[in-house]
Structures are given as C-alpha cells and as structure tokens.
Design a protein around this ligand. Structure first.
Ligand code: BDR
Ligand code: CA
Length: 307
C-alpha cells in the first residue's frame, strides 16, 4: 500500500531531486507540495516547484505557497548555493501553471483531513510552514515527520548549524517538541549522499530527466567544490524522501534533540543527545549512517523511469 506524503520544500536543487524521486516512486501517494522561502524567496521556490512538475507532466499535483519569512528572524536565502533562480543550471522555462493556494497551512490541514490514512510530512526546507500548521491544527492525521535538517557534528550555514534549522530555529523547536514521530536526516547522513561524476554519468544514460538531474548537479557541485573541495554535491533532501519510503536505507538512533535559540554563536544548532548524557526524553530518530550504494541505485533507477 502506498504512503500518503505531503512534501514541504524550498526548491532548490536537492529539493527538486527529492520531488522527482517522490513522483517516480510507486510507494508514494503524493497528496501535494507546499513551498517555503529558504534556498530562494518564496516566489522563486514556488515557481521552481511548478517548473519541475511541468517538466515531467505532473501539473495534476497541487502546489500551495506558504511562508515568505521565518517566524521571528530576518529572511536570509541561500542564493550563494542555489543561484539567482534558486534552481540555476539547466534551462527551464517559466511556469505556465499557478499554485492552487497561497495558504499552505490551510492546504496542509485540508489534505490531511481528506486523506484516508495518516500522512507522512516530508519537510526539506525551513520548518516555518510545519510549525504554523502544528500550532493551528495540532498533529492529528500526521503519521510522522521525516525532515532534512540539522546535524550531530557540524554545520553548513555556520560552524554550529545546518541551514534549514538555522533559518527558523523557533519553528524547528515547535516541530521537535510536537510529540509526533520525528525523523531527522541531517548533514551526518546527507554528506554521505555525494552525487559525483560517476553517478552523473549513470543519470545521463538514464534519459531526459536523468540528464536534467545531472545538469542540476553540475551547478550544485560548484559551491561544494569551492567550500569543501568535493567533486560532487550532497543530495540532502532526496535522502529524507528515500528514508520515508525505504526502510533500512538509513540507520537511525532514537534520542533527544533540542534546538538552540538563545546563543547567536550557536543559533539553530541541533543539540543531539546521541549517547544519552541527559534524562531528556527521546524525541527524534536521528540518521547516523546511509547505505550510499543503495541510495544512488534507487535514485538513478527511479529518475530514469520518468523518461
Ligand atoms: C539544506 O539546505 C538547502 O540548501 C538544501 O536544499 C537542504 O534542504 C541543506 O542544509
Ligand atoms: Ca531544501
């Protein structure tokens, strides 16, 4: 039986790849896509979600636009990673279609209420929409939240924090305190999902959409080459989507995660009590290892099936 999924994203190269993986996966019943500011402004990330859906003829998937800024912090976008459009690299025409709503919170509530089974939320951007939804409607009808964000060991926006959590730490704190089943796929596992030249080549041989993903990766690699010296880019958000549908792909530990909101230096740090150094109750399943071969096997096969 397929898994009802709502994808909350800020496309973004790796968000776009996560969306394509969802569309290509028979395990997923994609109920809709909500968008947030993050990798670029809300206007651009929403346009990008529509452009990707149009690329593969899936205009039937409804898109609702959400937050244009964090709950309390200043808006900062990741143009230095994802470019001016938020999806720089391959040529994509502007969208022909439009979002069905500009109220992602109500859209999420409606889609969850209409679903016959509990829904998996997959947030792959800052958590503002999800926090607002939980504050307004609670977690009824949500099976689990499988999110890309945070890290045990390192940061990418700052030395202490990963971008999605750093962008809106107050929203992240609401999500991690929700009592819902949370899966956190952070940099510890997503930095193992480096899409390098060998995988690019396999994607190019897998057809038109494979070529598109390879072209996305060429642009996405620029930043990672300059910053880390890597010959490839981490496909962060697709790891979250893959974990939601394939048991055993990511090894997790069940432990406490708190979000740092006071310190400026450590803003947005996910304080992960991996070794149970406190009495704080476990509230998240935190990714610690990725089966890289299986992940890329799945991604390339599924993207190839899109044509
Ligand atoms: C996260 O931030 C964005 O740049 C990516 O899309 C991903 O969701 C990685 O820190
Ligand atoms: Ca993202």
């Amino acid at each position: 039986m397929s898994i009802p999924v709502l994808l909350d994203c800020d496309p973004g190269h790796d968000d776009a790849i996560a969306l394509l993986l969802a569309l290509a996966s028979p395990e997923v019943d994609l109920l809709g896509v909500t968008t947030t500011y993050g990798n670029q402004t809300l206007e651009k990330t929403t346009a990008n979600a529509l452009r990707v859906l149009e690329l593969v003829g899936r205009e039937d998937v409804p898109v609702a636009a959400g937050a244009a800024a964090p709950l309390r912090r200043q808006l900062v976008v990741a143009a230095h990673v994802h470019g001016e459009s938020g999806l720089d690299g391959p040529a994509l025409p502007p969208p022909r279609t439009a979002p069905v709503s500009d109220d992602a919170v109500t859209f999420l509530a409606d889609r969850i209420a209409a679903a016959r089974r509990p829904v998996t939320l997959v947030p792959t951007g800052p958590l503002t929409n999800v926090a607002r939804f939980l504050r307004a409607h609670g977690g009824d009808g949500v099976d689990r939240i499988v999110l890309m964000g945070g890290a045990i060991a390192e940061g990418n926006m700052t030395p202490a924090a990963e971008f999605n959590i750093w962008a809106d730490p107050e929203a992240a704190a609401i999500v991690f305190a929700s009592g819902l089943e949370i899966h956190m796929l952070g940099l510890d596992v997503t930095h193992q999902a480096l899409l390098g030249r060998a995988e690019e080549e396999r994607l190019r041989q897998a057809g038109r959409v494979g070529c598109f993903v390879a072209d996305l990766n060429v642009f996405f690699t620029r930043y990672h080459r300059e910053t880390y010296g890597w010959d490839g880019a981490p496909i962060h958000d697709a790891v979250a989507l893959a974990h939601a549908i394939v048991p055993g792909l990511v090894e997790t530990v069940h432990c406490n995660v708190e979000i740092e909101r006071e310190s400026e230096l450590c803003r947005g740090r996910t304080v992960v009590d991996r070794w149970h150094r406190t009495e704080r109750p476990a509230n998240a399943h935190v990714g610690v290892a990725l089966d890289r071969e299986r992940f890329f096997g799945l991604l390339i096969e599924r993207v190839g099936s899109l044509g």
